[in-house]
Design a protein around this ligand. Sequence first.
Ligand code: 5AD
Ligand code: SF4
Length: 367
Amino acid sequence: MELDVLLHKEELTREDLAALLGLTDPKDRQKLYQAAYAVKLKYIGNVDHYRGLLEFSNRCIKNCRYCGIRRDNMEAVRFDTPREEILEMAQWAYEQRYGSLTLQSGERQDPEFIDYVEGLLREIKKIGKGTLGITLCVGEQTEATYRRWFEAGAHRYLLRIETSNPMLYARLHPRDGHHEWTVRRDCLKALKRIGYQVGTGDMIGLPGQTLEDLADDILFYREMGIDMIGMGPYVVHHNTPIGKEVMAAGGDCPEARQRRFILGLNMIAVTRLFLKDVNIASTTALQALNPLGRELGLLAGANILMPIVTLPRFRPQYLLYDGKPCVEDTPDQCKNCLASRVASVGDRVGFGEWGDSPHYFASHPKE
Ligand code: 5AD
Ligand code: SF4
């Protein structure tokens, strides 16, 4: 089908989604990104929101085969940010008028951790009389735990499905009974039931992943009623099983990295075209593959940026993949750097606003 026809079709099919995701010609891709940016302008406007990202601990009970802080990576030096410093950084994010803070860590499910996070949420909620929004990104938990944290003040939760294809998921994770696709999906359902604004996402350009798998990921976002999407290209980490397999097959060459980068941009654009009013992040993984990656993500339809608020001394220890940007920077530098990136594409930053996904309010009308 003609590209122009496809870009203006009312309802894209799975085949249409896969065809758009597979575009490689620069002129065609430009048309796709322009169409997606026009949808962003219509449903969101040319305003982007910040979510300060505080990576507060890299301890993880999981062993995902692609991730640099997986349990078995003995090269990773483990850290916990002292509680006082987490609160200081939350206060700092509030003073910068970030509107919202994302607390991320590796996964832990022990009672001590659950209590600790609950206490932290209650303290952070006191900052600015509860005006700082809080997003959690700390993995799979029981519904009771998710509920406790919701009651303590978290209102958004990010949990990537990684891939909507259970067979591919099984290849990316150890078969030890603790990395089950259905458990991950059921966590997303529990989060929705509780009333969180729910975010998910995938990794793009994984070995063995097809364009149809990526089209299915977008259909999965819709089916699950997802409000926010955080997704990015897969990037090799040298000391992981998948990273080693990809490197051995020559899959970390500049051409392959460029292919994954383009697929990452296409995924943002096609998701924006299809889902219209959701929040979509332009993630650091894009910038790991291209210095202008995050700007190009905004122009392809993304509307969320996550400036890193992690303490500089812990940044080199939170390496999910090789070549992660911003590791040498301070929170102040990240703030200014992203502001100029936003301005360079003609957008503005919605400082001091929560920047909730219009999708959430379309499905949960305000009182
Ligand atoms: N490349 C890109 N993204 C990765 N993540 C973990 N490892 C990698 C990698 N090698 C992503 C996963 C996880 C999120 C916190 O980081 O999608 O959900
Ligand atoms: Fe742990 Fe998340 Fe990395 Fe998996 S992707 S090993 S759960 S930090």
